[in-house]
Structures are given as C-alpha cells and as structure tokens.
Design a binder for this molecule. Structure first.
Ligand SMILES: [Fe+2]
Length: 303
C-alpha cells in the first residue's frame, strides 16, 4: 500500500511543483492535511489544479485545515464536493472526521482523520476533550483496528501538538497523549509550514505524559531511523505542500523530541511525505519538490 501526505498547499507555483512530485510517485491515495486554497471562492480552482495534475481517479483525500473549516478562506463543504471521497468503506464525515481501512479487503492500514484545535463555522472548535464523543470515536477507531488485526494505524489532522515552527499544541495535550498511549504508529499533521519528524515517543517508566514546550528524554523510545512497532508513536508535520515556509526554532524546548526538521531558515523544502506500507514494515521518506534537496527517511518494523 502506497500513499503520500502533505498539507498547506495554496494555488501557486509551489503547490504545482509538489503536485508534480506526487504525480511522479504515483501513490494509491494522497492525504491532503488541510489548508487548500487560502482564498474564499478558490475552491473550484484548487480542485481543478489537483485533478489537472493528478487526474480524476486518484483518491485525493481531504481533512480540513483552519483556513477552510470556518469557511472564511475557502469552505470545506465545497472542497468535499469537488474532490469527493474515493475510498470504499469510509466511515464518518468526510473532510471533518473519518476513517477508512486500505485495502478494503485484508487491510494493512487504518487511516483515522480528525479535526481538533481549529474553529468551525460557529466560531467554535469541535469538542475533542477527554471523554467527549469525538475523543471516544477516535480511541475506539484505534482500539478496533488493533482488535481486528489491522497491522498499522495512521492518524492525521491539520494541527500538530509538538512543533519547532510557530504553532503551539493546538491538537491538545490530552488528545495527543491519548494517541501516544494507544501507540498509534504514525501521526501526521500540517499547519506549521515546516517539515519535522519526531523520534519515536512513548509513555511508561518515568514518562507519564508528554508536556508541550517541555522535553523529557524518558519519553523517547527509539532515536534512530529504524524503529519497532509497539514502543510508541512517530509524529510528522508536512506543512510544506506549496505555500510559503515558516522558520523553525533550533532552540525550541521540544527540539529533543525531533530527529530532523526543515523550514524557511534551515534546509528549506517544499515536498511530500511518501509512505509504503506492508504487513511487516511502514517505510516513509520525504521527497522534495524540484529545486530543493532536503530529504528524510525512517521505517517502523512489525514484530
Ligand atoms: Fe497553513
């Protein structure tokens, strides 16, 4: 199973370069991690740009960003209409909170896409607080994947928690720790216009939780690029799908959690994450767009 993922795309030359990379990689599906047109009324132009580069058959799967969740700089409802779900068996509300197993028969990965930490049309965020309906939906989706023997679980959302860019823990400390506690294999986000990939982090021992804007080495379970499933979670922000990059803070207190990072002021690169998943291994790499050289790669192995 082969997919690509990136967010923060826009309508410009950068977006088109990254779409060219995706087209060359020829994935089975693409996860678009929010922030699409950055402009009200630009929805159809965005969808036409995507299908012009990738064709109309590729599942270009949407989860909303903050720029279209409240409808002010694009409207997620309109994006969902012009880039509809193309994956069989999808459950939930496409564009906002959904899950799907791929392939539909004998799946190797469950994708769970959620929307904590961003405002919707009523001006309020959706409730992902501890024990809320959306929290439970997410937790049950993870637990059920495991009980059904689906080898890998990937959670995606627009906002990160830990970040060396400009953003704070918008995904929420408790919600993020729940994903770690449940040993989600890979958590993907955008929002900060940087690329950053964490070490594998996990709870247990002297690490009872990860606290934003702090670092505890006791929460690191594996620090090299080859990791074992079940020890914890790897977080990747891929907010480099086309729009202008943000700076990274090399002295951020959370820097100890990260293996590699890239931003406007350090190895800048637009591009996409490229992930290949089999029953035994989840292997990922960052593929830069034309004119950029930053790369990354890591793999998780299943015992
Ligand atoms: Fe953005």
């Amino acid at each position: 199973m082969h997919f690509t993922a990136q967010g923060d795309i826009g309508l410009g030359a950068g977006a088109k370069k990254v779409l060219d990379v995706i087209a060359g990689l020829d994935p089975q599906l693409n996860l678009a991690l929010g922030d699409f047109s950055y402009r009200a009324g630009g929805e159809q132009q965005f969808c036409d740009m995507v299908t012009g580069k990738l064709g109309t058959d590729l599942p270009y799967q949407l989860i909303t960003g903050n720029h279209e969740s409240n409808g002010e700089e694009g409207d997620i409802d309109k994006f969902v209409r012009c880039l509809p779900n193309k994956l069989p068996g999808l459950q939930g509300q496409y564009g906002i909170q959904w899950r799907v197993d791929v392939p539909e028969q004998n799946p190797v990965v469950r994708f769970i896409l959620v929307s904590p930490g961003i405002d919707f049309k009523n001006g309020n965020p959706l409730d992902y607080s501890k024990g809320s309906e959306r929290w439970r939906w997410t937790a049950e989706a993870i637990d059920q994947a495991r009980s059904q023997g689906i080898p890998w679980t990937v959670v995606g959302m627009h906002v990160p928690c830990f970040s060396l860019g400009e953003k704070s823990c918008q995904a929420g400390k408790d919600f993020t720790n729940m994903l770690i506690d449940k040993k989600v294999d890979l958590v993907l986000s955008g929002h900060d216009h940087v690329y950053q990939r964490s070490h594998q982090v996990g709870l247990g021992g002297n690490c009872s939780e990860l606290v934003p804007a702090n670092f505890s080495a006791t929460c690191l379970t594996d620090k090299d690029g080859s990791m074992e499933q079940g020890a914890g979670t790897v977080f990747v922000t891929v907010g480099v799908g086309g729009v202008e990059l943000y700076n990274v803070k090399n002295n951020d207190p959370e820097v100890g959690y990260f293996s590699t990072w890239s931003g406007k002021n350090r190895n800048p690169a637009l591009g996409t994450l490229d992930v290949t998943v089999s029953a035994d291994q989840l292997a990922a790499r960052f593929v830069p767009a034309a004119g950029y050289s930053f790369t990354d790669s890591f793999a998780l192995h299943r015992r």
